[in-house]
Ligand binder design. Structure first.
Ligand code: CA
Ligand code: CA
Length: 419
């Protein structure tokens, strides 16, 4: 029997908006500037008498010293500033006023948080609730779109290159359907999925992608109808692994209950890529089934289920013992030529289309994996980072509906940056 893999996408459309507010300053400490001639040991005593702790002293030339070191080594009469710890739960603005009243104190500053001005001009938290939800702006502060040396392969219906807002860096790819080197997308699914990974960002047009500086390696294994054979899928996985992919996304699969779905040829192709160190994200399937589809269910793949804007499982999203992680997948906007988010070729004017499915969830994980690959040392286990930093949903810890939870890009990037 010929097994057909289909795109893992559903006809469910939903949208809501989520906004997040970030702290404006570090509430754990304030910075104190003192007048010339102030005895820092005396200041330390005065602070302690009011419940504050002098943590360190920064000399004019920079570098944090404790007060003894400063007294011994610094040559200037007054330091640049003194860092003072505020007790947990205390009103930091009141602390500023109290410390400001100590004799010899010239100025007390809130420990303001500065951010790279990296929020791109085409990012809109309302339009892209999915990126707001996973903390993309904060993740971009750590790695603004990653690096072109990171190669992400979307193994799908191909990638359309002619749009004004598609991925910026596209490598020559492969068409495993026609066995040639033209992986054009006559369907639109692969282009939408690729957009979530790496849509052109900061170009003032359309929407954004997660790891937009990455090099995209398009591999077409599904026809313009959104279907592909085991042969095509297995060839495509191996080609991507042999041609430099660090990350593979597969927003495709078959249901575990279908005859021939779990096949050693498919599994061995996945194992081949994993054996080369490739991180593989795959969609769990859209049958509302209690069993994850394949290839996602293989242990070498990170099986991705879909959540909506309220952080609950999308009704279509397959779950079960093989589910590893969840990501936004309900009402995801990217540029493509799919008019209806239903897998038939309608090539036309590019639009920002809202599509739903575990197909839309998986590239969030692939994109995050790419961003981690760009930002972290090669010894970092990308899968461990994604799982350990996910926002736990459902019952505590791993569960069959959300895996380790919904991905948290901000926490993942902070983890690998050492923050
Ligand atoms: Ca854009
Ligand atoms: Ca859980």
């Amino acid at each position: 029997m010929r097994r057909i893999w289909t795109v893992a996408m559903a006809l469910v459309v939903g949208a809501a908006l989520v906004t997040s507010a970030a702290a404006e300053f570090d509430t754990s400490k304030v910075l104190v500037k003192v007048k010339n001639g102030v005895d820092l040991f005396d200041l330390s005593d005065q602070l302690a008498a009011r419940g504050f702790y002098m943590e360190s002293v920064t000399a004019l030339g920079g570098g944090r010293l404790d007060v003894d070191e400063f007294a011994l080594t610094a040559r200037e009469s007054a330091p640049a500033f003194v860092s003072v710890r505020v007790p947990q739960g205390a009103d930091v603005r009141q602390a500023v006023r109290t410390i400001g009243g100590i004799q010899g104190v010239e100025h007390v500053a809130l420990n303001q948080i500065f951010r790279a001005f990296a929020t791109p001009n085409d990012y809109n938290a309302t339009e892209q609730w999915n990126f707001a939800k996973i903390g993309m702006p904060a993740a971009w502060d750590v790695s603004f779109g990653g690096s072109s040396s990171t190669i992400v392969s979307v193994v799908d219906t191909g990638l359309y290159r002619g749009y004004n807002d598609g991925p910026a860096n596209i490598l020559p790819g492969y068409d495993a359907v026609d066995n040639d080197n033209d992986p054009s997308d006559g369907n639109g699914h692969g282009t939408h999925v690729s957009g979530t990974v790496a849509q052109a960002t900061g170009n003032g047009t359309g929407v954004t992608g997660i790891v937009f500086n990455a090099s995209m390696l398009p591999v077409k294994v599904l026809s313009d109808k959104g279907e592909g054979t085991l042969e095509q899928v297995a060839n495509g996985i191996r080609w991507a692994a042999d041609n430099g992919a660090h990350v593979i996304n597969m927003s495709l699969g078959c249901e575990a209950t279908e005859e021939g779905c779990d096949d050693p040829i498919l599994h061995e192709s996945v194992q081949y890529a994993a054996g080369k160190g490739v991180f593989i994200a795959a969609a769990s399937g859209n049958a509302s089934a209690s069993v994850v589809g394949f290839p996602a269910a293989y242990e070498e793949c990170m099986a991705v289920g879909a959540t909506g804007s309220s952080d609950t499982r999308a009704s279509f999203s397959n779950y079960g013992t093989a589910l590893d992680i969840a990501a936004p997948g309900d009402g995801i906007k990217q540029q493509t030529h799919l008019f209806t988010c239903f897998g038939f070729a309608v090539v036309g004017t590019p639009n920002i289309e809202s599509c739903s499915g575990t197909s839309m969830a998986s590239p969030h994980v692939a994109g995050l994996a790419g961003l981690i690959h760009s930002a972290a040392s090669s010894t970092v286990n990308i899968r461990d980072v994604i799982e350990s930093t996910a926002t736990d949903l459902g019952t505590s810890g791993w569960d069959q509906y959300y895996g380790w939870g919904r991905i948290n890009a901000a926490a993942a990037l902070q983890a690998v940056s050492g923050n």
